[in-house]
Design a protein around this ligand. Structure first.
Ligand code: GLN
Length: 541
């Protein structure tokens, strides 16, 4: 190893520049996400099922664009240019949403247009930002430097400091003042992130040899850096994202098919490669299998920004006497718990030493803890009428268990892909990982749309002079006039079904996740040994 000063002890200052940039970006993303479904249902007056599906389309696409942003950075722009461009696009998205919220009462059509435009810009911007900031973290260290694992842990803290602050600040502003100020705060936070990059990147975000990182790659064609080409390209890309988002949310839900087709295509490309040996194929098989299982984890986990926010808003007693906690603030609990529990988990794995569970076992454990979290909250709402608000401890306990699950499962994913993928297919298999995350988020929206009609709908119907309860329980059939009114007001008057099971209550809704994550966990536990064999660890070490 070279004897570069300040490399063996502590961390390079650049890590803290990236920490701060990512913290502000996550503040912007999670702050906005925390109020998104509330803004849709309370201000834009979308029904919950539509808002849920739209949430899935949005977050699904958010996890898809990093594939494109990563590719463009590698070939043409480098990390720095991509991060700044992506950050500015997201900030612009937030400010467009600010105007959307400002106009929703006076000009509904303009407001809807701004809504899709703002979120589309955030989808496009995230694609340039997210993959590039993460990749810079690793580049701060010489290859094989032991500090880089710790660096990612510190960086993950940055993510979660932002993830905790965003929903608290945006939640209070959005729910207690006006939604528009929540979007505004998100935009300002994103600009602060960009500012940190602009001011400190050049000086501190440097390679171990002192060279600036994230520069435009050598050999980039001049045209790719021409401001006119960039401007037109970004406008076209944003328009495409806005369009795709609009189509998936409102016209025809194609995203699931696109994701499945992409994964099958990649599997075909890889497995039909004649140069791959049997062992390599088995290892790649593990990546596909594990990616499939994490879909069940994240789709249940990401209910945080959708059904669980509805639950916080409608069914949770949030009045502390001196203050009412905004529903969106519950979205910060996961991040608060990550920051609090991560050191405990790190200690635990070290303490277990040789007995530390293998990666697939940890993932199965993650799914199990997630199922346990839903079991906890299902217990909290069992036999509770939809007009009663339950204690906050049900949501708090559930988020604590979910976070323990995340800390078992989440850190393993990317490192497993890195370890198991043959060099030749490294990027394609990373893409599979992102596609699985995108599918999980899309699926989260679909599952959230099964949220049963409850207090809010019963009250809304009562205001319109209709008694919804007997209609929901099918003891009374609505007459033609009532039916028309319910449809007109977009009040759901039927429970949804999944795989032939009707979700009649919140208890059944939460039990759906217990069953889904529980079964996935059991299967993963059962095949752990087989997966470990397929990983051929002995040759890796
Ligand atoms: N909370 C983490 C982040 O925002 C991880 C989320 C995920 O991997 N789905 O980066």
């Amino acid at each position: 190893m070279t004897s570069i000063p300040n490399q063996s002890k502590g961390h390079p200052k650049g890590l803290y520049v990236l920490f701060a940039t990512e913290m502000w970006e996550r503040f912007n993303y999670y702050g906005m996400r925390a109020i998104l479904v509330l803004f849709m249902t309370k201000a834009l007056l979308f029904d919950k099922a539509f808002a849920s599906n739209l949430y899935g389309s949005y977050t699904g696409l958010v996890y898809l664009t990093p594939l494109i942003g990563g590719y463009i950075a590698d070939r043409y722009w480098g990390n720095k240019k991509s991060i700044i461009t992506g950050g500015l696009m997201m900030a612009l998205g937030e400010f467009v949403l600010f105007f959307c919220a400002a106009f929703h009462n006076t000009n509904a059509q303009l407001s809807t247009f701004l809504f899709f435009t703002g979120l589309g810009l955030m989808i496009a911007g995230n694609g340039f930002f997210k993959p590039n900031i993460s990749s810079l973290v690793g580049q701060l260290y010489p290859k094989g430097d032991k500090r880089s694992d710790a660096a990612y842990t510190i960086f993950y803290m940055g993510i979660n400091v932002g993830g905790a602050l965003g929903p608290i600040v945006c939640g209070f502003l959005g729910e207690n003042v006006d939604f528009k100020w929540a979007f505004f705060a998100g935009g300002v936070a994103m600009l602060l992130g960009v500012l940190v990059q602009i001011l400190f990147q050049k000086k501190y975000v440097v390679a171990p040899d002192g060279k600036e990182l994230g520069l435009v790659p050598a050999g980039t064609p001049k045209a790719a850096l021409n401001p006119l080409v960039i401007g037109v390209g970004l406008a076209a890309f944003s328009a495409l994202m806005i369009g795709l988002f609009y189509i998936d949310a409102k016209v025809f839900s194609f995203l699931t098919y696109l994701l499945v087709a992409s994964v099958l295509f990649i599997a075909f490309v890889i497995f039909s490669d004649k140069s791959l040996g049997n062992i390599e194929k088995q290892r790649i098989g593990v990546i596909f299998i594990v990616a499939f299982f994490v879909i069940f984890f994240w789709s249940a986990f990401e209910q945080a920004g959708a059904s669980l926010t509805f639950f916080a808003a409608e069914q949770t007693q949030r009045d502390l006497g001196f203050i009412t906690v905004p529903a969106s603030v519950f979205a910060s609990l996961n991040s608060i718990f990550v920051v609090s529990f991560a050191p405990i988990f790190a200690w635990l794995w070290i303490k277990l030493g040789k007995n530390e569970p293998a990666s697939p076992t940890k993932m199965a454990l993650g799914l199990f803890l997630l199922a346990l979290g839903y079991l906890w909250i299902a217990f909290g709402v069992k036999d509770v009428s939809s007009s009663v608000k339950v204690s906050m401890m049900w949501l708090i306990g559930m988020y604590a268990l979910h976070t323990c699950g995340e800390l078992c499962l989440s850190p393993i994913g990317l490192s497993l892909v890195n370890k198991l993928a043959p060099l030749k297919f490294g990027s394609l298999l990373m893409a599979v990982w992102f596609l699985a995350n995108a599918a999980a988020n899309k699926f989260a929206g679909i599952l959230s749309s099964l949220y049963p009609p409850g207090t809010a709908e019963i009250k809304q119907a009562a205001d319109a002079g209709i008694n919804l309860q007997p209609i929901l329980s099918k003891t009374v059939v609505p007459n033609a006039q009532e039916l028309a009114k319910l449809k007109d007001l977009k009040i759901p008057f039927e429970y949804q079904s999944i795989l032939g099971f009707q979700i009649n209550s919140l208890y059944e809704f939460f039990m759906m996740f217990v069953v889904m994550a529980g079964i996935a966990s059991l299967i993963l536990f059962a095949i752990t040994k087989k997966l470990q064999k397929m990983m051929h660890q002995d040759i890796l070490d």
